[in-house]
Design a protein around this ligand. Structure first.
Ligand code: SAH
Length: 314
């Protein structure tokens, strides 16, 4: 109880700074391995990924439900890793009342629909908060391509700050449906939504000689472990090569790897190889990583998984 309550308290300042949504508990990084909890307004979504954590379900649920202003604690323990611990998936209400089907996360003036029961992870990518802020600075007037858009959070921001155009690509139809709803709740035109495999779609855009001034490339975890690194590196290279080719002169690429097994150093090398093969001069002008509610203990560097580069092509 103490560990959960103290972890939540460490997010108080963040939750008083213009957002009502944050990761309250981040597993090992908060001293509770296997327990992840995300807050969206009055709703908390908890994920238990290990047998050790699973045994503490009721204590964790009570601790989260005791936090001020919480109406609902919902469990989304359906991550694949539970299988390796011999655990069945568990999804459903733990405390309070069922989550609001129209639940939105508020971040500054933006609203994001959170599909608590059916979305990825706990429904929304809180870990890309700093990227959303970067896109707000970079997107005005630019032709924006959002690859692996999920529910279009980057697209909402880009459209909202006055991008010249926005194209979102994702293979998930339900995610794109939420992107459409995100346009509605923010009262803006979120741009074109394309349901497609990103590898194929990027080749199609390249073949049609399309050009973009700002590309976001945020693929899912492509390497689950070190054995998959070689294959994943080839996929990251392929994606980044295609993206660099689509950059207009002076265009910017925001590119990520969220594979914990891939080091920042290896990721940068892979992206460098892509720029070289594209025959473009590309510079790192910034980096994007995990925001403060996804901390990395000095004693547990493995908590770092999200590595992003802000690149500018000549
Ligand atoms: N940038 C997003 C998160 C991206 S998560 C955000 O900030 O909200 C990765 C996304 O990639 C998921 O939505 C998933 O549906 C999508 N995806 C996975 N494989 C894909 C593929 N081959 N082609 C297109 N999209 C894919």
């Amino acid at each position: 109880t103490d560990r959960v309550v103290h972890a939540a308290a460490r997010r108080d300042a963040l939750l008083a700074s213009g957002t009502d949504s944050a990761r309250l508990v981040f597993s090992e990084a908060d001293g509770v391995p296997g327990v992840t909890a995300d807050r969206y307004g009055d709703t908390i979504v908890v994920q238990l990924t290990t047998a050790g954590a699973d045994a503490w379900r009721e204590v964790v649920a009570d601790a989260l439900f005791s936090l001020p202003g919480v109406r609902c604690v919902y469990e989304r323990s359906d991550a694949d890793v539970r299988e390796r611990e011999g655990l069945e998936p568990r999804v459903g209400l733990l405390r309070g009342t069922e989550p609001d089907p129209d639940l939105v996360a508020h971040e500054g003036s933006w609203r994001y629909v959170v599909d608590v029961a059916g979305g990825h992870k706990t429904g929304f990518y809180l870990d890309q908060r700093d990227a959303r802020a970067a896109i707000a600075r970079l997107a005005p007037g630019r032709r924006v391509l959002n690859v692996f858009s999920y529910t279009g959070a980057f697209s909402v921001v880009a459209a909202g700050v006055g991008a010249a155009s926005v194209l979102s690509i994702d293979s998930s139809a339900p995610a794109l449906d939420v992107a459409r709803r995100n346009g509605e709740v923010n009262e803006l035109d979120v741009g074109e939504l394309m349901e497609a495999d990103a590898f194929t779609a990027l080749r199609g855009l390249r073949d049609r000689a399309r050009q973009y001034d700002l590309i976001a490339l945020d693929p899912p975890k492509l390497a689950n472990n070190e054995r998959q690194l070689e294959k994943a590196s080839r996929a990251y290279k392929d994606l980044n090569l295609l993206a660099v080719k689509l950059l207009a002169p002076g265009g910017m690429l925001l590119t990520w790897s969220c594979s914990g097994a891939m080091s920042a150093e290896l990721f940068q090398k892979v992206v460098a190889g892509a720029a070289l093969d594209a025959n473009r001069t590309v510079r790192i002008v910034g980096r994007l990583g995990q925001p403060s509610d996804h901390p990395v203990p000095l004693a547990f560097p493995e908590a770092e998984y999200l590595k992003g580069l802000i690149l500018e092509a000549e």
